[in-house]
Design a protein around this ligand. Structure first.
Ligand code: SF4
Length: 218
């Protein structure tokens, strides 16, 4: 079936005067792709402007969509735990997602099931990530999982090949450039993948080790 959704991309909704409030307001009104239609909230990143570290996940989940805030569900609780273990506080980092609206499908029990955003959704939403990097000006960016990795480095990026190892910020971000250039990115697994894993302890330890590597770079 052809995908006939119109995705003009988010650029038109990105405010000229960037601030945390104008960014959140712009995301809330964005119609850059169809995902806003079935979501309750557009979920912008949050944290202090000027944070040295930015964390990028995939997209809001069910609880994030209802709350309008990133990483407040089970994966967010795990993220808080592991941040604490590496000496970081959630309120000191900027936490966001590659895609700002929740993509989901109806489950057999009527519940909303996560559906991975398509490459075209990531591209449509890219201007928001560019805007966040230019607003926050982080020194480093931790990429949580494949979608975040592809959002920054392109669709050929493989987290498993470089996880835990700093990579240079790319010159070109899906056809757009950030004004601010972080010094590095560091890819690791998404906390939600740790929660789903059969080898959860091992994967959790890997996430902690990668975050320690990021902290050492700050
Ligand atoms: S997912 Fe991104 S591009 Fe699509 S409507 Fe939401 S904020 Fe805009």
């Amino acid at each position: 079936v052809a995908d006939e959704a119109v995705r003009p991309g988010a650029s038109w909704w990105v405010p000229e005067r960037l601030g945390a409030a104008s960014l959140a307001d712009g995301v809330g009104h964005c119609r850059g792709c169809e995902l806003h239609q079935d979501a309750e909230h557009g979920v912008a990143g949050e944290g202090p402007v000027g944070a040295a570290l930015m964390l990028v996940g995939e997209q809001p989940g069910d609880q994030e969509d209802r709350a309008g805030r990133p990483f407040v569900g089970p994966a967010g609780r795990l993220l808080d735990e592991v941040l604490d273990e590496v000496g970081l506080r959630r309120e000191d980092v900027w936490v966001t997602n590659a895609v700002k609206h929740f993509r989901w499908e109806r489950g057999s029990r009527g519940n909303r099931l996560h559906k991975t955003p398509a490459r075209s959704h990531v591209t449509a939403c890219g201007p928001w990530l560019v805007a966040e990097v230019d607003l926050v000006r982080p020194r480093g960016v931790v990429l949580l999982g494949a979608t975040a990795g592809a959002a920054v480095h392109g669709p050929g990026f493989r987290v498993g090949e470089v996880r835990g190892t700093p990579q240079p910020w790319p010159e070109d971000h899906r056809g757009q450039r950030t004004t601010w250039r972080p010094e590095w990115t560091l890819a690791t697994v998404h906390p939600a993948a740790v929660l789903r894993s059969r080898q959860r302890d091992q994967d959790r330890a890997g996430l902690v080790a990668d975050l320690r590597a990021a902290v050492a770079l700050l």
